[in-house]
Design a protein around this ligand. Structure first.
Ligand code: KIV
Ligand code: ZN
Length: 515
């Protein structure tokens, strides 16, 4: 590194599509992955970890397509320390303008025991696999998985081997979220001081949030000299998740006085990405989540509101616009026209093609007939819902009438259109949603298991739309279905059918991982 602006630059490595998607239930479809990758690229993410190409044919195809469509970001794929994995990774990422191979092996005593390698044997594996990766690609990242629980001497030894074999980035993962800020910093400092060649490469920090310290640990590592943060949108990731992109980026921006680093992220794109990731992963953002939670900019108490009206500085350390949040106010009513809808959606980060806008407008008018006040969140639910209704869906909800209330029996009278043919049934259930789901199963028998059923009110009031998320599993394949409607049972049935449609696509596409 030569000049001070380079020294202050922190690379943002987003792993939403790899470590985030690895979170059980967060599976995204091929088109959803491409869409998220496009948004990340557009936002200024330096490196996108697009997937784990050896894991499945679907992962391979997604990484390859993301590599092809990439504009500015480096596209990275993950591979174990096995030549066959690395070759497969290269086959996928090589289509990018700027490809990167990321290879890893668990170096802590706990992880070394799994392949049952001695320290010397593992050192050889590292030398051979990093050399192999470097022969394929100029840009190679190596990770000693569980670095924070690896003996320091051994960590220095293997990092040196990886650098000598050609790694250009060394990632230091806190795989189980075990470290704390001071230790996270001292580990990076120790590696910079002790490993020959450490000043020639970039150190990355990759933290998990098991103890709620992922953001603090990542920022401490940067203070000690790391210049790449690995993170995910909304902190999505296994268990308690990964470092949240929006938190580290906004922390360095808002507290630039004490953390004088910069990133290339266009922060005004944060909110839109957060919403899209929440929708496609089915992992809703908690209301009080820093930066992107629904309440992050809400000032409820009288004292706060009074202060805010006089001077926003009183309680706000950043402005909603900084993350692309437009004010949640009453936006439109039933007399609003198509141009107004287009402009409002554009403010919210959605540029729709004419045919998409036409469909959304029809649904907007229907909604405006049923709900007199339409807010930003209503429009977002509508657009996201529109995205889940694919023209080539095998199963569509045609009609639904339910009987519910104290007198029962709760009954669903449902007509589905399955591959163009209408099928109807009437089923009794334990409540209207149960009846509707049983009716779907009777008309379209399947063995998928319902893992999660979640209802969220999009806005306030009894006429609020409900967004329903349904997660289903079949033979290890997990899909998430969603839908929104002012009628909760209709939203539930459509979400269930949406999940089934996705499952059918997964059945068609899934093929065994290459041997
Ligand atoms: O947490 C971890 O150790 C990882 C590695 C594969 C980098 O995700
Ligand atoms: Zn991880």
């Amino acid at each position: 590194m030569t000049n001070s602006s380079e020294q202050d630059h922190v690379l943002i490595f987003d792993t939403t599509l790899r470590d985030g998607e690895q979170s059980p239930g967060a599976t995204m479809s091929h088109s959803e992955k491409l869409e998220i990758a496009g948004l990340l690229d557009d936002m200024g993410v330096d490196i996108i970890e697009a997937g784990f190409p050896i894991a499945s044919e679907g992962d391979f195809e997604a990484v390859k397509e993301i590599a092809r469509q990439s504009n500015n970001s480096v596209i990275c794929g993950l591979s174990r320390a096995i030549d066959r994995d690395i070759d497969r990774c290269w086959e996928a990422v090589k289509h990018a303008r700027q490809p990167r191979i990321h290879t890893f092996i668990g170096t802590s005593p706990q992880h070394r025991a799994i392949p049952d390698l001695t320290m010397d044997e593992m050192a050889d594996v590292i030398h051979n696999t990093v050399t192999h990766a470097r022969n394929l690609c100029d840009n190679v990242q190596w990770s000693p998985m569980d670095a924070t629980r690896t003996e320091e001497d051994y960590l220095c030894r293997v990092v040196e081997i990886a650098i000598k074999a050609g790694a250009t980035t060394i990632n230091v993962p806190d795989t189980v979220g075990y470290t704390a800020p001071r230790e996270s910093a001292s580990l990076i400092r120790m590696l910079l001081e002790r490993v020959p060649g450490a000043d020639e490469i970039i150190f990355a920090t990759h933290c998990h949030n098991d103890l709620g310290m992922a953001t603090a640990n990542a920022l401490s590592a940067v203070e000690a000299g790391a210049r790449q943060i690995e993170c995910t949108i909304n902190g999505l990731g296994e268990r308690a998740g990964n470092t949240a992109l929006e938190e580290v980026v906004m922390a360095m921006r808002v507290r630039n006085d004490i953390m004088p680093y910069h990133t290339g992220i266009d922060t005004t794109k944060i909110m839109n990405l957060s919403r899209r990731v929440a929708t496609v992963s089915g992992f809703q953002v908690q209301y009080n989540k820093a930066i992107v939670g629904k309440n992050a900019f809400a000032h409820e108490s009288g004292i706060h509101q009074d202060g805010m009206l006089k001077n926003a500085d009183t309680f706000e350390i950043m402005r909603p616009e900084d993350i692309g949040l437009s004010e949640t106010n009453l936006v439109m009513g039933k007399h609003s026209g198509r141009a107004a809808l287009r402009s409002k959606l554009s403010d919210l980060g959605y540029e729709l093609a004419d045919n998409q806008l036409r469909d959304v407008f029809v649904r907007f008018k229907e909604l405006a007939d049923r709900k007199k006040e339409i807010y930003d969140d209503d429009l977002l639910a509508l657009v996201n819902d529109e995205g889940t209704l694919a023209a080539n869906d095998h199963i569509k909800v045609k009609e639904l009438t339910v009987v519910c209330g104290t007198n029962g029996p709760q009954t669903a009278d449902l007509t589905l259109t399955i591959d163009g043919q209408d099928k109807q049934t009437k089923v009794i259930g334990d409540g209207p949603v149960d009846a509707a789901f049983k009716a779907v199963k009777e008309l379209f028998p399947h063995g998928a298991r319902l893992q999660l059923y979640q209802v969220h009110a999009v806005t306030e009031g009894t006429d609020a739309q409900a967004t329903v998320t349904v997660r289903m599993e079949e033979d290890g394949k997990i899909v998430v279905g969603q839908s929104a409607d002012t009628d909760t049972v209709v939203a539930s049935t459509k979400a269930y059918v949406n999940a089934l449609n996705k499952l059918l696509v997964r059945r068609e596409k899934s093929a065994p991982a290459p041997a």
